[in-house]
Design a protein around this ligand. Structure first.
Ligand SMILES: C[S@@+](CC[C@H](N)C(=O)[O-])C[C@H]1O[C@@H](n2cnc3c(N)ncnc32)[C@H](O)[C@@H]1O
Length: 246
């Protein structure tokens, strides 16, 4: 029997219309769908976006990925989940692994395909990119991410502002994803660099409860939602004309 093809699909960051035509086409053809979620939480925003495009009755399985920095625990989860996906592919089923935003940007899918390439190199993998959260956020506030000869640095905010402190004067534009956990330290680092009033936080972009936060003090006072990113621009933002929440 021939194996199924694994399609990694980025379904966009939240707005159900921000999904590509290619993703919609493939979702309408697959026999099985996997999505990732934190082990203690079985809800998947990616599933909500993908559902209307699936064939009727297609099974959807949420794979648990523990939110931990323990490498051994994480690797065990990647391996287990890759094994589950391989089993379905070996039955000849074309399978989608869906992720929010782009599947190649800070995504569990990246870890899973590395395991699949190692454990089952014969499996064909086809990755379909999606609109990233920060592209959608920049569009939402009508602010270009980069222009002319400018640079853009993409950072994970999980460990706070330290990576930014190392780079602060080198990049023209900085985007922090996963800004929620250590938002206070990120806000502090931006303030130290004189960029607090040139930074905007976008919470739940395109989702219910969306917020645009241009006062970085808000992040010093209260930890924001998981769906939070910050765009910082040396040249400043055009957010003045947009609907600011804070
Ligand atoms: C694990 S990363 C996934 C990134 C995603 N693959 C992408 O292409 O944007 C999760 C982080 O992405 C950002 N994010 C994703 N969707 C978002 C949204 N709708 N609004 C604001 N931030 C979002 C947040 O910073 C969140 O903590």
């Amino acid at each position: 029997m021939t194996q199924g093809i694994l399609y990694g699909i980025g379904v966009g960051p939240g707005d159900p219309d921000f999904i590509t035509l290619k993703a919609v086409k493939i979702l309408s053809q697959v026999d099985m769908v996997f999505a990732a979620s934190a082990a203690k939480n079985s809800h998947s925003q990616a599933v909500e976006i993908a559902k209307p495009h699936l064939k009727a009755g297609v099974p959807i399985q949420i794979l648990p990925f523990p939110m931990t920095r323990d490498k051994l625990v994480m690797e065990a989860a990647w391996q287990d989940n890759a094994g589950t996906v391989i089993k379905v592919l070996e039955q000849g089923k074309n399978t989608a692994f869906i992720t929010l935003g782009d599947c190649m940007t800070y995504s569990t899918y990246g870890y899973v395909i590395k395991q699949i390439q190692k454990l089952a190199p014969h499996i064909e993998i086809c990755s379909i990119p999606g609109i990233t959260s920060y592209q959608a956020a920049a569009a939402r506030i009508n602010t270009p991410l980069v222009e002319g000869e400018q640079s853009l640095v993409l950072l994970s905010g999980v460990t706070g502002g330290d990576k930014f402190r190392e780079l602060s004067n080198r990049a023209d534009n900085v985007v922090f994803l996963k800004a929620y956990k250590n938002a206070a330290d990120i806000a502090k680092a931006l303030d130290e660099a004189g960029l607090a009033d040139k930074s905007v936080g976008i919470v739940k972009c395109g989702l219910e409860g969306e917020q645009i936060i241009s006062n970085m003090n808000v992040f010093q006072e209260k930890k924001p939602d998981y769906w939070t990113l910050i765009i910082s621009k040396k040249s400043g933002h055009c957010v003045e004309n947009e609907k600011k929440t804070e």
